[in-house]
Design a protein around this ligand. Structure first.
Ligand code: OAD
Length: 253
């Protein structure tokens, strides 16, 4: 892997725009379960039961209690060495005049807590709730400490400000993500099974626009066969190596 890391470091240092699409695999080493692995959330729970708009309107108390537990789990978690290395890479490269974005499908806020600054949350955030009627934004901490299900002053049901299955992605975030995919010279796909659209279309957009595609994952995904480099391993181990390779190479030039 050392030679591969050197080659990738070289390409990153010659890039103008770098973006990373992340998924649940990056938070696995922080103790947050993924969705589709054998010990993932969707092997334990029925997706339709909790992650659809229909579910929250028909069984709001039960669905809210589930999200409260997810929120508490995320709040108690800490960013892992991979999150911190990605943030370090961003700050280093931005300090060198490059444009760097993390596009995340995760709603756990761990990239930001690790120090990443330019984070595009395409599936929303568990730290926020939103009125389903008037759109007013609420702080999740306040909501989960009150009666569940929560209702807005306007009478509308408050819901987590996350994307549920079948819902469109927040427009501004998706636009920004697509722009980065189109402009990236290097596009990393990290810890995602890359099967949920439209997020999964971003690596294809990047590749078609000429980006170097790098995948970091423990196992094969649909992206593996189109990636220029596949770094097989844990995010918490591979990412620090990659960041170190970039910083070391820059130091030698
Ligand atoms: P998945 O659970 O589908 O995929 C997790 C990926 O992470 C798999 O490809 C694993 O091989 C990989 N992985 C696990 N541990 C890893 C580690 N330590 N290091 C590197 N890779 C690791 O999660 P997502 O792709 O994020 O959507 O799922 C996408 C969307 O489906 C989620 O955002 C969510 C979910 O239902 C919504 O809620 C809208």
């Amino acid at each position: 892997m050392v030679e591969e890391l050197r080659e990738i470091a070289d390409r990153i240092l010659n890039a103008r725009v770098i973006a990373a699409l992340t998924g649940a695999g990056v938070s696995k080493e922080s103790g947050i379960p993924t969705f589709r692995d054998s010990d993932g959330l969707w092997s334990q729970y029925n997706l339709e039961q909790y992650a659809t708009v229909e579910a929250i309107f028909t069984r709001p108390k039960e669905v809210w209690e589930w999200y409260r537990d997810r929120y508490n789990e995320v709040k108690a978690a800490e960013p892992n060495p991979g999150h911190r290395a990605l943030a370090k890479l961003e700050l280093f490269l931005r300090g060198n005049g490059k444009d760097f974005a993390v596009i995340t499908q995760n709603i756990d806020g761990l990239h930001q807590r690790a120090g990443s600054e330019n984070v595009i949350e395409i599936h929303g955030s568990l730290y926020r709730a939103r009125c389903s009627a008037c759109g007013k934004i609420y702080d999740m901490e306040e909501v989960v400490n009150g009666p569940l299900p929560p209702y807005c002053d306007c009478g509308g049901l408050i819901r987590p400000d996350v994307v549920m299955f079948g819902e469109p992605l927040p427009e501004k975030a998706l636009d920004a993500a697509v722009r980065y995919a189109q402009q990236a010279d290097v596009f990393m796909v990290i810890g995602t099974s890359a099967v949920v659209y439209p997020a999964a279309s971003l690596p294809y957009i990047a590749r078609d626009a000429g980006a170097l595609l790098i995948e970091i994952n423990l196992s094969d995904t649909p992206i593996t066969s189109i990636a220029d480099y596949v770094l097989r391993g844990k995010f918490g181990e591979v990412m620090p190596e990659l960041t170190n390779a970039v910083i070391e190479k820059a130091g030698r030039e």
